[in-house]
Design a protein around this ligand. Structure first.
Ligand code: XMP
Length: 333
């Protein structure tokens, strides 16, 4: 990470014009830095890596290679969306790896959240490194480092790396030595979004809510099974659709479904029906250190409950988690 601070006269990027000026300046800098060499990027589909991919593609075209690893823990249609948008932009230089089986096999029977996180993080690097080795002549690695990451790492002190696995590929094996390209490193998140829109990325991608690196893996509580993961993904998609319909998606900071490994007795089609509960979480926060609960209108809660219990196989109850942070954390694991 290049620990350079923003100069006092750097203007906040709030408008399309300022974003375009930033883009043009960065295109020159990126070209000067990498010349005719190849650049590799781990494209998660999050805001930072997506904006970075669009910026680099504009700057160096076919010299950019993006690897999107689907760990099988993405939300419904998320990897498909990444492939659609960046497939058009990058053509064959978008490398899509469906590693679902690898991840889910490794996670089989693992219930401890930190072990799950470690397995997912380690395997992600493994899969990415395998793809990187297949590409010849790559000398640069692009990272979606943004200004808060730099400030955080300075606060932690030199030598102590505060790498966030969801947008920094930390810990690559020794045989893979790359120079870093970090053109978003002086931008705050809001500015990255303005730049993303100026680059023509869809609003839904640029304003995507935060999604943890381990994805649905930490929302399918305890040991992950494919059937419960499927139920979670479907229930989460319904929640997102209903939040879109009523406008809450634009205002609530983060909302998602959690499915624990508990079954309760219910009734369906006049017969006993054992199912899992879908737990809804909808929180507002500034920096995720504390969080408050969104007051979702009852009519919306009823609609979501009705849809999830009738449309999702395996779910027979819907609960709304009213716990702020503290005392809870935002995620359950
Ligand atoms: P907590 O649960 O700690 O979450 O209140 C705060 C924010 O961090 C996100 N989160 C993660 N992000 N990898 C990530 O990239 C993780 O392992 C992880 N765990 C939590 C969470 O979604 C929330 O936005």
């Amino acid at each position: 990470m290049q620990q350079v601070l923003r100069s006092k006269d750097m203007q906040e990027i709030k408008t399309k014009e300022l974003a375009e000026a930033f883009i043009n300046e960065q295109i020159k800098e990126i070209k000067a830095q990498v010349g005719d060499k190849k650049v590799l990027l781990a494209l998660s589909g999050g805001v930072d890596s997506s904006v970075l991919a669009a910026l680099l593609s504009k700057a160096i075209g076919k010299q950019l290679y993006c690897v999107h690893v689907n760990h099988g823990l993405m939300r419904k249609n998320e990897s498909e969306g990444v492939c659609e948008i960046f497939g058009k932009m990058l053509g064959e230089n978008l490398i899509y790896i469906d590693a679902t089986d690898r991840f889910l096999d490794l996670l089989k029977g693992v219930s401890d959240p930190e072990s799950k996180r470690k397995i997912i993080g380690k395997e992600f690097i493994e899969v990415f490194a395998e793809e990187a080795r297949k590409l010849e002549g790559v000398e640069y690695l692009a990272q979606g480092t943004i200004y808060p990451d730099i400030l955080e790492s300075i606060e932690q002190g030199e030598g102590k790396k505060a790498v966030k696995s969801h947008h920094n590929v930390g810990g690559l094996p020794d045989d893979l030595k790359f120079e870093l390209v970090e053109p978003l490193r002086l931008l705050y998140k809001d500015e990255v979004r303005v730049v993303g829109e100026a680059l023509g990325l869809p609003h839904s991608m640029v304003y995507r809510q935060p999604f943890p690196g381990p994805g649905l893996g930490v929302r399918c509580l305890g040991a992950i099974t494919r059937d419960r993961l499927h139920a979670l993904r479907e229930a989460d998609a319904i929640l997102r659709e209903e939040f879109d319909n009523c406008g809450l998606a634009k205002t609530v900071w983060q909302f998602f479904v959690v499915v624990p490994d508990i079954k309760s007795v219910g009734v369906k089609d006049d017969a006993r029906y054992e199912g899992w509960p879908a737990i809804i979480r909808a929180v507002n926060t500034k920096k995720a250190i504390t969080a408050t609960i969104e007051e979702i209108p009852y009519s919306v809660l009823h609609k979501i409950t009705q849809r999830i219990t009738s449309e999702v196989e395996g779910i027979n109850r819907v609960l709304y988690d009213l716990t702020p942070k503290p005392v809870g954390t935002i995620e359950w694991e």
